[in-house]
Structures are given as C-alpha cells and as structure tokens.
Design a protein around this ligand. Structure first.
Ligand SMILES: O=C(O)C(=O)Cc1ccccc1
Length: 292
C-alpha cells in the first residue's frame, strides 16, 4: 500500500510540489491548513505530513515551529528544499487591466517574499492573507467577479485557469523553501547523503552565559550547526525555546554527549528528529559566485 502523504493544499501549492519531489509515488492528500496537516498524522488519517518550515527570504514559518513545539511531538523524519518562484495571477478577463486590481490574495510568506513588487506595482491594492498560495488561486477561479490577483506558482495558474501577468515577482532571486516531513514511522523511502538532527533546548533561568555554554557544548565537539532560532515559550517575555539544527545524524557519542552536558547545566533538551535532507536534482541553494 502506498504511503499517505498529507500536504498543505489545495492542489497547486508549493508544499504539494515539495511532496511530489521527495515522495513521487505516494498517495498525496491535501489539507487546508498547516495545523490541519499535522493533526492528520496524529489522527492517523495520513502516514506523513509535509509542511513548510523556512524560507530563504522570509525566514521561519512560525506556525509550523510553534505547532511542533507546543502542540504535538511528531518526529521530523525528513527535509526537502525546493526553489520558489512567485507569479502574479489573474482571471483571463483581467489580463489587460491587471494594474487596476483592488485586492491581492496569498499566503503571508508569499506576500512577504513579494513585498517590493507589491509596493512598486500595486501600491493601492489591499492585501488579504490566505492559508496557502493555491487556496488564493482557487478562490479567484471560483469568484471571477472579484477585481483581484493571487500570488502563487505556475502549477496553480494551470490548475485554476489563471493567467500569469507578471512572472518571478519575488524580491530576491535565491528563493527556496525548506519543508519538513513529520511522521511516527521512522523510515522514509528516500535517502540522502546529508543528515540533520534538530534539538529543542530551554535554558535555566537567571544563568549568565547560558547560551554561550550551550553553544560551546557543540563547538568543542566540532558539531556544525546550520540554524539556531529562538521562539517564545509563551510563558512571559524573556522565556525562549532554542531550536538548533546540527549537521549530522544522531550518533552514539557526540550528540548524546551534548545532551548530557546541557542537562547537567540545567537545560531542557528534546530531540525533534534526526533525518535525511532531500534536495531535488538541479537545485543550487546559493546564487553562483560572480566570476571576476
Ligand atoms: O502556500 C503554499 O503554496 C505553501 O505551500 C506554503 C508556502 C508559501 C510560500 C512559499 C513557500 C511555501
């Protein structure tokens, strides 16, 4: 039986593209929201959920991080990173009059990735946030009377019969999004050379130099970190969780050693997952260095 993969839908979202790049032969099932997608794993409606976690222009997807930290402890079992190209889509009847549109609909991350474009080209338009880019596109198809545009990808344009009036409207070229796969089943049918382990760390209160000591535990073991992010514990100003990505898989010595050292300092440590990182072919993550 093929794996049931829940993704942030409806069809035509970037998350669907990410899901199909890493698990092409699975049964892909759309869910309207990021929390809904995660709940589907908890309720065993799907075997894996795939949700966006970080964008190269806009940074972390806080809804995903907070849900992972506060609501459900579903292990991260994989990561996939894909290029993101945002386009301005309108109903075919509005192609020649797109500069007169009143409303722009999209996911908050997409709106933020196209902030300069909107400011320069559609300064008077009202912004409306949607649960996904594809739901914005679907809504335009279903309501052709709206004098509006959606920001979404080519798949959504095709799927919902909309016209791309401006292509590649994201403000920076090197636009990528990282998605995580969440599942209670440990093995996923893909492998990659690159592995990561994500830890969530809380610091003891009133302890000077605590974060420095946390980082030292990784540094002297020569464990490379690719990301450190703080999120509020939601218990009061100044209380944070630190989410730390280590560039290696869980082992028997080094990461357990970090964990023991941090716990001895009074920190709380939770392993959110140790997983392979999938990069579809021809996905350079950085702009090429210009030749002299
Ligand atoms: O809304 C989508 O299509 C998503 O999959 C979330 C998202 C939004 C913007 C950039 C990358 C992913």
């Amino acid at each position: 039986m093929s794996i049931r993969v829940g993704f942030l839908g409806p069809e035509g979202s970037f998350t669907e593209a990410a899901a199909k790049s890493v698990l092409p032969t699975s049964n892909h099932i759309p869910f309207p929201t990021i929390p809904g997608c995660m709940e589907a794993v908890v309720d065993e409606k799907v075997d894996v959920a795939i949700v966006p976690v970080e964008n190269a222009i806009e940074g972390s997807v806080n809804l995903t991080l907070d849900y992972l930290i506060h609501k459900h402890t579903i292990p991260i079992v994989g990561e996939v990173t894909i290029p993101i190209k945002q386009h301005l889509l309108v109903h075919p009847d509005r192609v020649s009059s797109w500069r007169q549109i009143h409303d722009v609909y999209s996911h908050p991350q997409a709106i933020a990735q196209c902030h300069e474009f909107i400011m320069n080209e559609l300064p008077d338009a009202t912004i409306h946030y949607t649960d996904s880019t594809s739901s914005a596109a679907k809504d335009l198809k279903e309501n052709p009377e709206k004098n509006a545009a959606a920001i979404a990808n080519s798949l959504a344009a095709e799927k919902y019969g909309l016209t791309k009036v401006k292509e590649d409207i994201h403000d920076y070229d090197n636009n990528h999004t990282r998605f995580v796969l969440l599942s209670h089943s440990k093995t996923m049918p893909f492998q990659d050379e690159k592995q990561k382990t994500t830890l969530m760390v809380t610091l003891p209160s009133d302890y000077s130099g605590a974060l420095h000591q946390v980082l030292s535990a990784f540094a002297w073991r020569k464990l490379n970190l690719s990301k450190i992010e703080s999120r509020p514990m939601k218990t009061g100003i100044g209380n944070y969780f630190f989410i730390i990505d280590v560039e290696q898989e869980m082992d028997d010595v080094l990461i357990p050693g970090v964990q023991a050292e941090l716990e001895a300092l009074g920190c709380g440590v939770r392993v959110l997952g140790s997983y392979p990182c999938f990069l579809p072919e021809n996905t350079p993550l950085k702009n090429p260095v210009p030749s002299k």
